[in-house]
Design a protein around this ligand. Sequence first.
Ligand code: PEP
Length: 253
Amino acid sequence: MRRLLIAGNWKMHKNKAEASAFAQELKGKISQLSENVDIAICAPFTQLDTLIEALGDEKRVLIGAQNAHYEDAGAFTGEISIPMLKEVGVDLLIIGHSERRQYFGETDETVNLKLKRILKEEDINPILCVGESLEIRESGEENSFVESQIVAAFKDISAEDAKRITVAYEPIWAIGTGKTASSQQAQDMCKVIRQKISDLYSDAVSDEVIIQYGGSVKPANAKELLSMEDIDGALVGGASLKVEDFVGICTAK
Ligand code: PEP
């Protein structure tokens, strides 16, 4: 039985005082979560230590970063490496978010390099983002496009390591737009992703992989999305910035 993982992606939001206030408020609400739900906050680098200090002892709250370089060190001005994040104590790392692909030159190849590097660390797990643009959806090519992202991302990754990858299906047209994919559209693509992972490995592997939906998830639509068979959680942007909304999503199912 797969657990649910609801992960907040704060993007480039919140200063230290705001992160600390969020953590304290969230701490008081963790007892509201049902037994099969884990939650995560993926914060800007500079707020990770604040969150780890405040929430690090809470077993069901994971702290994540939103990007890292695939090299361990070197002349890469402005970048952060995976060993640096390990030292800080992160549990999770988002890889291949569409905003990184769109604005910062992230490619299927760098996504694969980053995944392979993260998986060398036993205690950091990746959230791999995939998803099509509106143009691709309107052309009817969305399944093959997302399947090709999955094939490229999982290249040269063992079955044991593949099980550690959470996949977030995030249609670009639904991110930050208020336009959510219907629960059926989201379920259909999550099923396509699970089938592709099964083709690459086996049913046993694909049964274990957590697949999230992301794109304008809010308390009002979370229950329906999370009740779909192949949706095991959510990656939440805007609605993860307020504790009330985030907890509303985490307790929706
Ligand atoms: C995201 O940034 O991953 C996301 C899904 O954003 P939003 O929930 O704001 O659409």
